[in-house]
Design a protein around this ligand. Structure first.
Ligand SMILES: C[S@@+](CC[C@H](N)C(=O)[O-])C[C@H]1O[C@@H](n2cnc3c(N)ncnc32)[C@H](O)[C@@H]1O
Length: 208
């Protein structure tokens, strides 16, 4: 199968291929995947609407799965920017590498807890945005807290951690490390989703 720059298969074939792949992975690893179907396009648009694309050099995505967000991010990302996608599931990593051929995309296999190492290996220092679809409420003990702390350290001052989740559980992990956290709802998704935005506030000395 020929892969396109950011699309891979198109139309109904792509839709069923992605949903089939996603469902099979959910059956194998329910706790890691956390959802039976990919996110809706309404959720993707809503999550990404606050992103300042022109000022983005490094965008990090945790848990890209079959690329539901990845393709839209690449559609909007500047030509000289990088999208670093990190997934713990090797089948999803192989699927994305086969489906999307874009020099701005770097897909890595591993845990989001190692985000700073992956950023360094990609030749960057800090991220402008980190987007996460990881199911925080079903992660093994301590992993969620470690991911939140590492993410704060990985963001540039003023950068944002954008999280879509079915529950508000992650807020208790964000509270000790981020001082600015907002929470909205998107109903046009199955099931409806929390849209959480945690910002790494600017240090006063840097903002002046
Ligand atoms: C709910 S799916 C989201 C898939 C896709 N982004 C979407 O919106 O349809 C969760 C994803 O998080 C990944 N994941 C779970 N734990 C992870 C971790 N510690 N680090 C990186 N990815 C992880 C899973 O493999 C899966 O791809």
């Amino acid at each position: 199968m020929k892969k396109s720059r950011t699309g891979g298969q198109t139309g109904a074939r792509a839709f069923f291929s992605q949903w089939g792949m996603f469902f099979r992975q959910f059956v194998r690893h329910p706790g890691m995947i956390g959802s039976i179907i990919p996110s809706s396009s309404a959720l993707v648009d809503r999550m990404l609407e606050t992103v300042d694309w022109r000022g983005t050099r490094l965008f990090v995505e945790y848990g890209p799965g079959v690329g539901t967000f990845t393709r839209t991010i690449l559609d909007r990302l500047p030509a000289d920017a990088t999208l670093l996608a990190i997934d713990l599931n090797l089948d999803f990593v192989a699927y994305l590498e086969a489906q999307i051929d874009d020099p701005r995309l770097r897909v890595v296999h591993g845990s989001a807890a190692d985000v700073r190492r992956f950023i360094r290996e990609a030749g960057h220092y800090q991220a402008d945005y980190v987007l996460s679809g990881i199911p925080f409420s079903t992660l093994p003990g301590g992993v969620g807290a470690a991911i939140c702390a590492e993410t704060r350290a990985a963001l540039r001052p003023g950068g944002a951690f954008l999280i879509y989740q079915y529950s508000r559980f992650v807020r208790r992990l964000l509270a000790p490390v981020f001082d600015d956290v907002t929470d909205e709802r998107e109903w046009r998704n199955i099931p409806p989703c929390h849209l959480i935005r945690a910002t790494r506030t600017q240090d006063l000395a840097q903002a002046a």
